[in-house]
Write a protein that binds this ligand. Sequence first.
Ligand code: ATP
Ligand code: MG
Length: 607
Amino acid sequence: MSLSFRGYRLWWKKYPMMLLSSAFCSITTALTPYVAIYLTARIINEIAGERDVATLRLLVWLSLVTTAVLAIVNAGLSKWKTYERKALWYKRDKFYTGKLLSMNFKDVDSAQTNTLRGKIQQSDTWPAWGLGGLLADFDLLVESVLTILGAIVLSCSIFIYKVPESAGKLTVLNNPIFILVLVTAMLAVTFTVPMLINKGNSYWANYSGDITMFEKYRIFMTKSSPERERALDTRIYCQDVMGKKYLDEAMVHGDRATTILRPMRFFHTSSTAVSHVFTLLIYIFVCLKAWGGAYDVGSITQYIGATTALSGGVSGLLRFFGNQQNNAPFLMNVYEFLDIPNEMHLGNKSTGKKKENQYTIEFRNVSFKYPSSDKYALKNLSLKFNIGKRLAVVGQNGSGKTTFIKLFCRLYDPTEGAIYLNGVDIREYDYREYMDLFSVVFQDFNLLSFSLGQNVSAAVDYDAELAEECLVKAGFGERLKSLPNEMETSIYKDFNKSGVDISGGEAQKIAIARALYKDAPFVILDEPTASLDPIAESEIYEKMNDMVGDKTAVFISHRLSSCRFCNDIVVFNEGRIIQHGGHEKLILDKEGKYFQLWNAQAQYYTT
Ligand SMILES: Nc1ncnc2c1ncn2[C@@H]1O[C@H](COP(=O)(O)OP(=O)(O)OP(=O)(O)O)[C@@H](O)[C@H]1O
Ligand SMILES: [Mg+2]
């Protein structure tokens, strides 16, 4: 139950109106039938007894008006409830996306987090489980409690009225043993029915645990494979055939599901049968008592209605508790995910005013292993550089260049050693403020299907003049003029049919412009020109000093000619810095890696 309470607290904190509207709606839903039951019983009694027209008229009017008023109120409240619950999946997913965006990057990346997310996604496809399931259960709880209260009020007199002596043998019904039998039967039914339902549902819960791997495939195949970026690969390498293997697995799984879930249907059918038997017992008892003259015929409706509802209410309540039990493993997954600690946000020091640009960065004996790996991606790295420098990072594939950047802008913390900004361990700084110091063009950057201006500014509203200036600097000026709506042109066609498709190099220019627009003191470009044509590339490098101004720039590039304008070059090899210095110095070391890398490229340019 404590798991469910936590879930309700989460909902309440974020969307209080959703729970309130549900509660009010459930109140009217639970009470409406009782008004009808009570007034119908009075009307039938009047018809069978006194037959006073005035009383009858009053009762009919009362019945009509209260039913109508309750129906209108209930309809209004239902509308409110529907309104509050609209886009429920989106509201629910906000708990997860909020967490994903704030958690340590290493955890976003980890296999364990991925498995947890897969499990959560899987349970969220069914409305009964996880955080979403709690909402349906909330309705069940409120309705059940109110139904029980209403039924007790309306049915307790069933045992008070006695069959008169004149009824002969039927007076036996006055024997308290019948009270005992009926109450026992009712308790038995109210406990048995939900027990059977919960037992049935537990097959569902077990089954769902069984298919986590299948769901991972399904989510991957259905979400990822139709993506535009993958479409070419899918066609060229016939990846759909690979996908088919997993979809076939899904079919087999579907067959298995039918077998696994068969007992569930058995338990659900049994629960219905048991409650019908109980209703039959009640009918016999109540009708016989009325036959003997214990009460008027109209009360039959009232008692039958109320006792059936009572049993339904108790069943509902027990079903609620059963659901909480069955939902517990799903909720535990959710909380395990939400509780992933976030040490990145522990620091609170300010990085100072961005504009002052007085920064010194030092890597001191930094080593790093990715969480999923036993191998060091960086080993014992020491490096110091000041603001305003141009640092080039070169090295073979897998030598640790991108990892170095990821540590620098604190996507990961070092496994050993520390990074200092102005002499202070970067972990002590406020995470958000520290992040603000960086403009990065990652190797695998992403643009969004929004307008060009929004892509450059990474904001909904933006400074069009500045965005244009950055695009021109990044070499996108000519192309900008040719766009139908210039800055307002949508990139790609996902949301706008007049959107434009752009080439890889153009995308890279936009990504560079985005880095410039942010105007952060550190500009980091990881293979910024890999997709650029030679002319665009040389233009970028010619303008680079201009573009970067007094900022610190770190360039990673496999095109060593780009290093020439950098006053500092570090050469990475197997996670270590093996050479450090200016181009002129490094090129002299004929045995060094730098010379080897330089030469490997230069030989094709010499005639
Ligand atoms: N998320 C990750 N999890 C585990 N290992 C990783 C991860 N990313 C990179 N690695 C490993 O860390 C090492 C360094 O990778 P890194 O991406 O820093 O290389 P790089 O020098 O940038 O290479 P490239 O020139 O190909 O971009 C590689 O051995 C790589 O396999
Ligand atoms: Mg890289």
